[in-house]
Design a protein around this ligand. Structure first.
Ligand code: 5GP
Length: 182
């Protein structure tokens, strides 16, 4: 089945971001939804491109005004959400759009828009997931430990997704995702 809206989720550090970037670089006609978040920008991140960096008040207002297709608190820390209008606009233009969001958010999207295709990215093994998290160096030890705890719960959610794809090789994984959404 092909759907114009695809939701890609998976545990922390599984490499979803890399897979999605690879997919978009080879298929520029596929759009990526830009999420809003209350977390601080990391060095090099651009507001409006990587995320919309919102204050808590702005995020609260977006919830109250029903501007978000879904939202969740991720890793017990910051809030993330998908602005609804750009997704609906892309679908109205007949474009394919991909959401790279957390599992709670993915389930909310599926409920709101059952035609969405849900894809779960799996690591080749638990050991590999731990290795990827520790070698990417974006989180300190405490944050890594918290993310691994979340990952245990996250992996158990795979069964709620229509498709699972193992990320053992970025190229292969991106191709499988592409086959599912085209
Ligand atoms: P990071 O802070 O590393 O950029 O992202 C942390 C997590 O937030 C990622 O696992 C990502 O899937 C999730 N995330 C990013 N955007 C959204 C969103 O719009 N909604 C939800 N529910 N999760 C998101």
């Amino acid at each position: 089945m092909s759907s114009r809206l695809a939701v890609i989720a998976g545990p922390t550090a599984v490499g979803k971001g890399t897979v999605v970037r690879h997919l978009l670089s080879t298929h520029p006609e596929i759009k990526l939804s830009v999420s809003a978040t209350t977390r601080e920008p990391r060095p090099g991140e651009i507001d409006g491109k990587d995320y919309f960096f919102w204050s808590q008040d702005r995020f609260d207002a977006a919830i109250a005004n029903q501007e978000l297709l879904e939202y969740a608190t991720v890793h017990g820390l910051n809030r993330y959400g998908t602005p609804k209008a750009p997704v609906l606009a892309a679908l109205a233009r007949g474009e394919k759009i991909v959401l790279e969001i957390d599992i709670q958010g993915a389930m909310q999207v599926k409920r709101a828009m059952p035609e969405a295709l849900t894809i779960f990215i799996l690591p080749p093994s638990w050991e590999e997931l731990v290795r990827r998290l520790s070698t990417r160096g974006t989180e300190d030890a405490a944050e890594q430990a918290k993310r691994l705890q979340t990952a245990v719960v996250e992996l158990a959610a795979a069964e709620h997704f229509e498709h699972t794809v193992i990320n053992d090789d970025v190229d292969k994984c991106a191709n499988k995702v592409l086959q599912l959404i085209t």
